[in-house]
Design a binder for this molecule. Structure first.
Ligand code: ADP
Length: 472
């Protein structure tokens, strides 16, 4: 079976969030299970891309509105990442430094989708399945079925995987002329409330869609930025498959990015060493519980509540807690955190920005991580944390609800709270502090956390089972 994963992020080539981690790991695990999986993504002006000599495998061109765009397809051998990687370069659109944040990103992703289809059509590439990831490639299922030039590709099955349904890629209809020619009778399949909506189009036109956890699948029918009814209507082709983690990258016993390696047997001493070095470097005390937040400063992540939580905790409690925050995004959230930091430093340390190595160090050093998400399709931080013996304190939504069991329940190993309020979060932190003060109990849940199996093996097989169903 031949499967192409189509995505605009892939670790370690270009990563903004969990989408990259999934696309950088899933094909590798699928290949181990015997299928021919590869990744196609845009070419970026990134260090990873420039550090390899890439082979040119195809060149071509197409019209996007009145503009003629040239493309080049580069190939990186399977031996580097564990799967063949193809990068499509389109000067002016797919040659940028960052993945997101450009005013013309609709044009950027249209160019990617059109170049991809043009390339496979003209080079006799006929995958059995195209697994499209998120709205940036959401027009592919529609174009395969109703694009004038792509009739020959219409038998290819599509699985559309939703990593985040909050972003849908809305486009004004005046951009309709930029799409490759399509059967205009079918325009309704592109439209949602007067705009072109790639996510809704993908849900309608794909052969099946999946979300990155079962819990999130259930939530989308209640809250999906206007698409709730569509998710109810199309639920007959919906599947929830929880994400895994790439153990080649995320195993504390052989993680080159952490100071002291450890396993479940040596977790206590290993963590202690990592914590000491990390706290010294960050200018905070290594006494007491070290709580970390890692993630985008975004409304859905609940990062806007962090400043109030810290203020509330430190103004009312004896100070046995230190906090480390690693993130970037919304400027107001950053300003609020900065203000609380200046009030309570050196109890708090912050790093504004994206830093992969620091994230590894923080997982290894911390006792707990906090994820106060409003919405969480799967969440990878809690899975990485568990592998590093770091106990998650999470709001019970989406994938967090599916993957973290509260210590008050049988076999529990985390702290789960329900309400998105400062009181509820501070209460969960207090529960963690109490637990932490009982050495044996803490050691038990730490070991339990590290023994859990969230590797990709099981979930990669579930994707393959689903592909097989589509091919029947
Ligand atoms: P999302 O994709 O919604 O941002 P996930 O939890 O699925 O959230 O994945 C986030 C990924 O990005 C994790 O690998 C996390 O460690 C990483 N990450 C997020 N912010 C940062 C940051 N500032 N520095 C380093 N890694 C980060």
């Amino acid at each position: 079976m031949n499967v192409i994963h189509l995505s605009v992020e892939c670790y370690p080539v270009a990563k903004v969030g969990g989408l990259a981690d999934v696309v950088g790991a899933l094909p590798k695990y699928q290949r181990k299970l015997g299928i021919d999986a590869s990744v196609v993504m845009p070419w970026y002006d990134k260090p990873f891309v420039k550090s390899y000599e890439l082979e040119i495998v195809a060149e071509g061109g197409f019209n996007q509105g009145s503009q003629y765009l040239d493309y080049t397809v580069f190939h990186l051998d399977e031996s580097i990442l564990g799967f063949p990687l193809y990068l499509i370069k389109v000067p002016g659109f797919l040659d940028r430094e960052e993945v997101y944040g450009y005013a013309d990103d609709s044009e950027q992703w249209l160019a990617f989708q059109h170049a991809f289809l043009h390339w496979i059509l003209n080079n006799n590439i006929r995958p059995d399945i195209i697994n499209c990831h998120d709205h940036h490639v959401g027009l592919i299922p529609f174009l395969l079925k109703h694009g004038n030039d792509f009739k020959e590709l219409s038998n290819i099955k599509t699985l559309f995987t939703i990593h985040n349904g909050q972003y849908q890629g809305w486009m004004n209809w005046n951009k309709g002329i930029l799409l490759p020619g399509f059967d205009t009778w079918k325009w309704g399949l592109l439209d949602w409330s007067g705009s072109i909506n790639p996510l809704s189009s993908a849900i309608r036109c794909c052969d099946a869609y999946s979300t990155v956890s079962e819990g999130y699948l259930g939530e989308l029918v209640h809250e999906a930025k206007g698409l709730e009814g569509l998710f109810i209507e199309q639920s007959y082709k919906a599947h929830g498959i929880v994400n895994g983690i790439d153990l080649d990258i995320w195993t504390p016993a052989n993680d080159p990015l952490i100071n002291s390696k450890y396993n479940a047997r040596t977790v206590k001493s290993g963590k202690k060493k990592n914590k000491q070095i990390f706290c010294e470097k960050s200018g905070i005390s290594s006494e007491g519980l070290l709580l970390t937040y890692i993630g985008r400063f975004a409304h859905e992540k609940g990062a806007d509540i962090l400043a109030a939580v810290m203020d509330n905790y430190y103004s009312n409690n004896e100070k046995k807690l230190t906090i480390f925050i690693l993130g970037s995004g919304d400027e107001q959230i950053q300003a609020d955190i900065k203000q609380v930091f200046s009030k309570y430093a050196p109890k708090i340390a912050v790093y504004f920005g994206y830093n992969e190595a620091l994230a590894h160090e923080a997982y290894a050093a911390s006792d707990v991580i906090l994820m106060p998400s409003r919405v969480e399709p799967c969440g990878l931080n809690q899975l990485y944390a568990l592998k590093y013996g770091t106990i998650p304190i999470v709001r019970g939504v989406g994938g967090l609800k599916d993957t973290v069991i509260d210590v008050n329940e049988e076999e529990g190993y985390g702290f789960v709270f329900k309400d998105f309020t400062v009181e509820s979060i501070v209460n969960a932190i207090q529960r963690a502090l109490d637990y932490y003060s009982k050495e044996k109990k803490w050691s038990d849940i730490t070991k339990k956390a590290m023994s859990l199996d969230f590797s990709w093996d099981k979930s990669a097989q579930k994707y393959i089972d689903l592909y097989n169903q589509l091919l029947k």
